[in-house]
Design a protein around this ligand. Structure first.
Ligand SMILES: C[S@@+](CC[C@H](N)C(=O)[O-])C[C@H]1O[C@@H](n2cnc3c(N)ncnc32)[C@H](O)[C@@H]1O
Length: 301
């Protein structure tokens, strides 16, 4: 899970990085606001797999604005950047299954694209045990046919292309290692140029190829400006690790997305665990009917 830790360290507030820079807004924020509006003052809330705390902070904002005095806590298995000046109690670097919370100590548990990354059975049993009788669990989950997944799958293929087909970072390392060997180096450099140019031209609408090309160009500029060998190899390793980590995160997201059969199996598990009044819907955006995932609400018996 280090790839999530690396992502949260960049201080993104949500999973979607720059796309929702302040916090979730629009349909996702509206969904959570409508969930909070059904809660009572002094309720105890827990946000499962909180990342850098987006939903916990939305709940805190709602609580302050509406005088609700919620007591909010949240956890993530990755090391997160705990927000300053927040009353939320964050458990950073701790799996939800392992957070020590009293039985029936929570009135409302939330998961925003979190539960589907975890061991369902263990996590649902844990949610069930921490909720008081009548307490509610609400979740938004990735669906395999959502617009988000459509983009993730494209991005994932681009990473596979860079790392497995082009083996771009291997070529670059070889180039920098042998750049004093005039004979080998010209062929390598032209292969790298051709690979990068065709990667960009074959994916005209995508940002990632341009981003990778821009970052590599910067290393070449550093080299031309007389930077040391150590600097070149350090920069290249850093770049490879950043993109590799991003590729693992996207792979995680694609792997977490649930098909119709999988979400129904998850609802079956919820019933076995003891949840009642399970309500499952496609989570559709208000922007002309785009699918954003699944919404799931259930009550602890
Ligand atoms: C897609 S992110 C969602 C983050 C946040 N809820 C949001 O909406 O921005 C999924 C998160 O689940 C976390 N995660 C995965 N397994 C976990 C577990 N067993 N316990 C707690 N967090 C977990 C990951 O570290 C990651 O931060």
């Amino acid at each position: 899970m280090d790839h999530w830790g690396k992502f949260w360290k960049q201080r993104h507030l949500t999973t979607f990085g720059a796309h929702f820079s302040g916090n979730y807004r629009g349909d996702i924020a509206d969904y959570w606001m409508s969930q909070f509006s059904e809660l009572k003052p002094f309720f105890r809330l827990f946000d499962v797999a909180t990342g850098n705390g987006a939903i916990a902070l939305l709940a805190e904002k709602y609580s302050v604005e509406h005088g609700m005095n919620f007591s909010i806590s949240a956890c993530d298995s990755a090391e997160i950047v705990v927000p300053k000046n927040s009353s939320v109690k964050f458990y950073s670097g701790l799996k939800f299954e392992e957070v020590s919370l009293g039985e029936a100590s929570i009135d409302f548990a939330s998961s925003n694209f979190g539960l589907e990354y975890m061991d369902y059975l263990k996590s649902l049993e844990k949610v069930y045990s921490i909720l008081r009788s009548g307490g509610r669990f609400s979740a938004l989950l990735h669906s395999d046919t959502s617009v988000v997944m459509h983009k993730c799958k494209i991005e994932y293929d681009l990473y596979v292309h860079v790392f497995e087909r082009l083996k771009l970072f291997e070529s670059l390392e070889l180039f920098f290692k042998s750049r004093n060997d005039k004979k080998n180096v010209d062929g390598l450099k032209s292969k790298i140029n051709t690979d990068i140019n065709s990667f960009i031209s074959e994916n005209p609408g995508e940002e990632l190829p341009k981003e990778i090309a821009g970052a590599i160009a910067q290393i070449f500029r550093g080299l031309a400006a007389g930077r040391s060998n150590e600097w070149v190899f350090y920069s290249l390793a850093l770049l490879e690790s950043e993109f590799y980590s991003a590729s693992l995160r996207v792979a995680d997201m694609v792997g977490a997305a649930l098909s119709f059969d999988q979400i129904n199996a998850l609802c079956g598990t919820m019933r076995e665990v003891g949840f009642i009044d399970i309500s499952l819907d496609k989570f559709m955006g208000s922007d002309g009917g785009h699918e954003y995932g699944w919404s799931l609400v259930a009550i602890r018996a």
